[in-house]
Design a protein around this ligand. Structure first.
Ligand SMILES: Nc1nc2c(c(=O)[nH]1)N[C@H]1C(S)=C(S)[C@@H](COP(=O)(O)OP(=O)(O)OC[C@H]3O[C@@H](n4cnc5c(=O)[nH]c(N)nc54)[C@H](O)[C@@H]3O)O[C@H]1N2
Ligand SMILES: Nc1nc2c(c(=O)[nH]1)N[C@H]1C(S)=C(S)[C@@H](COP(=O)(O)OP(=O)(O)OC[C@H]3O[C@@H](n4cnc5c(=O)[nH]c(N)nc54)[C@H](O)[C@@H]3O)O[C@H]1N2
Ligand code: SF4
Ligand SMILES: [Mo]
Length: 732
């Protein structure tokens, strides 16, 4: 197999050394930067690096960093437009407090923080420590989320805090822990280029991770399989597209496992030496005969056989999954079904292999390890007395300050508001009123809170509209710290611009809150992001994610980020240019070192199509230029020009015909929970009986059905029963 261009070729090295990046020879003189600062992108988890061009105090422009191991001089439209949101007119320039007339009005930091801390203290005094909670994010630097997690839980005594990572990665976390013993994505991006077979499951990589998609494109020899109910941008160029019925992946995966066992394509040496649970797997998959798979998934027999052929012994197979798997009612079982295939065929720990969950937000990986929400710092367990004692010693705090049980999950926090047990909520860097499932209900619950504090960059978000106190935050580019990307690479984010007048970094805000709460002494060592990085290194020591050998931000910057693990014994060693993967030695993080096969029977979705709501609603990313609730990407004229501003619903032509709907008609998409207006787009890219709406419209989550995976409690955004109706001209 020919290998395509690697990242450390001479051309790349030359470009990396060119002053201020590449191509500057053609740049007009007044735009030539005085200095260039490299900083990891603040949108997706790919973790590209961008060279920001600075003149005087102004960040003028950027070029993607040549030679950076992740993106080597490339960026997607969002990366290129990273600076646009910073100067947006709706940036918050000071905190706001809701006045007696119900209006948000500017306030000083002293007033806003006092209103928040006094309010939360009063609620906790009346209703106990469980009555105040926080919701955080995968979009601030690790140092900030760690400070927040320590402050809220150890300083302010909160028991419940979760984050938007629950909407995104909770399923992968649970599946990794069950199979590998730790939340450890095993791969390096290089594996895309080394694979003979690349399988993308519920991932629209071309849209959601364009720079990883580039990696796939470089591997021209691999067979690309896409498993998605829609013919996405990604699926349309696959060698094999399994256009599966939504939420039947588990049946397909079990059927493939059965067939592999029947063909004798099991890697016995690997299974015997490094796994546990094979007999249970074999027995379980017996029920998934190919006839059943064909019948339930809608994949035809020939395609099924072609798929299994691509697992032939000797081929390096990598299996990659994203939200089409994670956001389901039966998601963890499905993710473990994927891991089972990799283990069964020994496709893990070697180049071009792996059961590889691709992360979403720029720092979802940081939040999984260090937000101190469902896991205690460093992937530890709140319920384990040994783990609590360790963290107490490492942080020099009283062990009784550490809660002895994990937090409520996001949906349980919302449920707590409903029951009246949660009365104060602090939301940081997530726009729940848009992104949460079935959000009409959530919006009314936010109004029921005694005190809602929202910390954001903008005064115009759907969530800020419900706040009693708004804290004006500095954003990406205006502060520093580190992110961890999907391949476990820790990279540095730099301050390249000043925040608006009176906005403060989340780090500074958390320190002000600590001061006002009266627990600042606990954080005397947490003086700057880099000081906190040192604390996190200490917390990581001896854990699978150990990065205690990193020599500060300077080394990260010099070598293009470092993947964990990088323990103390590697301090001072050269960091290899090639990516590192886990499990090459067949040792997993379970007590006996063996990976686990995990099996369970598929469960049908809790809401099924019926006569009134006969169509299945799928939701997801709409374009490479839109980011989530668009608070940032809508601020760039370039990105706006690349996207659909108004909601569009993709409808199969056969479903449209029988409803009298033409392409471009105005329609209503209706579910049991809400209604949304949209323009109909007729396309066979959605399956018959299914429709698709992007998540970037605030109305989308009026429709979604609030089902949750029972293990990960991740919302099932990708299955709800709806109907689409043509609107008569003039009708509302
Ligand atoms: N441009 C852009 N990029 C982003 C983001 C963004 O907002 N905009 N967000 C980032 C974040 S946080 C995340 S989590 C990732 C998400 O990245 P992806 O998961 O790739 O994106 P989605 O579009 O949510 O879902 C992927 C696919 O799952 C399919 N799907 C739905 N149901 C099923 C099913 O039952 N089985 C299978 N096999 N597939 C199914 C959908 O049709 C969809 O094409 O993207 C990241 N990158
Ligand atoms: N229907 C449907 N819904 C979905 C999904 C889906 O596929 N379908 N996907 C889900 C997924 S995977 C995700 S990750 C979520 C994302 O959902 P959200 O997290 O709600 O989406 P964002 O728009 O990224 O919101 C981030 C907020 O933080 C603010 N912000 C940005 N940077 C900073 C900062 O540095 N500090 C502070 N304080 N604020 C900042 C932004 O202005 C914005 O308001 O949506 C989920 N919702
Ligand atoms: S692929 Fe992700 S990390 Fe890279 S430039 Fe685009 S948004 Fe940023
Ligand atoms: Mo996400």
């Amino acid at each position: 197999m020919t290998r395509l261009r690697r990242f450390d070729g001479p051309l790349t090295r030359m470009l990396a050394r060119a002053p201020g990046g590449f191509g500057l020879g053609q740049v007009p003189k007044d735009l030539v930067p005085e200095r260039v600062v490299a900083s990891v992108c603040g949108f997706c988890s790919t973790g590209c690096c961008l060279d920001i061009h600075i003149k005087g105090e102004r960040a003028m422009n950027l070029t993607p960093t040549a030679g950076y191991p992740v993106n080597d001089g490339a960026a997607c439209p969002k990366g290129w437009e990273s600076l646009a949101p910073l100067g947006a007119p709706d940036r918050l320039t000071s905190p706001l407090i809701r006045n007696r007339h119900g209006e948000l009005e500017p306030a000083s930091w002293e007033q806003a923080i006092a209103r928040m801390t006094e309010g939360f203290k009063a609620i906790a005094a009346r209703h106990g420590p469980e009555s105040v909670a926080f919701l955080s994010t995968g979009q601030i630097v690790t140092e900030e989320m760690a400070l927040l997690g320590a402050l809220a839980k150890f300083g302010m005594g909160m028991l419940h805090g979760d984050g938007n990572t629950r909407q995104c990665m909770a399923t992968s976390v649970a599946a990794h822990k069950r199979a590998f013993g730790f939340d450890a994505p095993p791969y390096t991006y290089d594996d895309f280029e080394y694979s003979d077979t690349i399988v993308l499951i519920g991932s629209n990589l071309a849209i959601a991770h364009p720079i990883l998609w580039e990696r796939v494109s470089r591997n021209r020899d691999a067979a690309l399989v896409v498993i998605d109910p829609r013919c996405t941008e990604t699926a349309s160029v696959a060698d094999l597209h399994l256009q599966i019925r939504p939420k039947t992946d588990l049946v397909l995966l079990a059927g493939v496992a059965r067939e592999l066992i029947a063909r004798g394509w099991v890697d016995w040496r690997f299974v015997e030496a490094h796994t546990a649970g094979f007999p249970e797997l074999r027995q379980h998959v017996e029920a998934f005969r190919v006839e059943r798979v064909v019948d339930e998934t809608g994949v035809d027999r020939q395609q099924f056989d072609q798929f299994v052929d691509l697992f032939a012994p000797g081929r390096s197979v990598s299996l990659w999954w994203t939200m089409g798997v994670n956001q389901g009612h039966d998601a963890v079982a499905t993710a473990n079904g994927i891991i089972n295939l990799a283990l069964l065929t020994g496709n893990i720990g070697r180049p071009g292999t792996g059961a590889n969950s691709i992360t979403g937000q720029c720092n979802a990986m940081g939040s999984r390890l260090f937000s101190n929400t469902t896991n205690l710092f460093g992937g530890r367990d709140f319920a384990d007395p040994k783990d609590r004692a360790e963290v107490a010693t490492l942080l020099d705090i009283d062990v009784d300050r550490i809660p002895d049980r994990p937090s409520y999950a996001y949906d349980q926090i919302i449920e707590g508001i409903h029951r009246g047990t949660i009365r104060g909520l602090w939301i940081i860097a997530t726009n729940s009123a848009h992104s949460w499932i079935n959000n009409s209900e959530l919006r009314s619950l936010l109004d029921r809170l005694e005190l809602l504090v929202v910390q954001d960059l903008f005064g115009t978000t759907e969530t800020v509209a419900h706040a009693d106190v708004v804290l004006a935050a500095a954003g990406w580019g205006e502060k520093e710290g580190t992110f961890i990307n999907s391949e476990r690479r820790i990279g540095v984010v730099r301050r390249v611009a000043a925040p608006p007048v009176d906005a403060k970094s989340d780090f500074e805000i958390f320190r002000l809150v600590a001061q006002a709460w009266g627990c600042a002494d606990m954080f005397r060592e947490w003086t700057s992001p880099e000081a906190v990085f040192g604390i996190l290194q200490r917390l990581s020591e001896g854990q699978p994610c150990d990065f205690s050998g990193i020599d500060g931000y300077a080394q990260l910057e010099r070598v293009g980020g470092i993947q964990w693990p990088w323990p103390a014994e590697r301090r001072g060693q050269d960091v290899p240019r090639v990516g590192r993967r886990l499990f090459g030695d067949g040792q997993f993080f379970t007590p006996d070192g063996r990976a686990r096969f995990v099996v369970s029977d598929p469960v049908p979705p809790p809401e099924r199509p019926d006569d009134r709501y006969p169509l299945v609603l799928l939701t997801g990313r709409g374009s490479a230029a839109d980011w989530h609730t668009r608070t940032r990407t809508s601020k760039s004229a370039t990105l706006r020009a690349l996207t659909c501003r108004e909601p569009v619903v993709d409808v199969h032509p056969n479903d449209a015909r029988c409803r009298g709907i033409d392409d471009g008609d105005q329609v209503r998409v209706v579910s049991r929970r809400g209604v949304m207006r949209a323009t109909a787009h007729l396309t066979p890219n959605v399956g018959e009986g299914q429709v698709f709406v992007s998540m970037h419209h605030a109305e989308t989550n009026r429709l979604t059905f609030p089902a949750f995976d029972p293990v990960s409690r991740q919302p099932a955004y990708k299955y709800a029963a709806v109907e689409v109706e043509r609107l008569r001209p003039g009708a509302g």
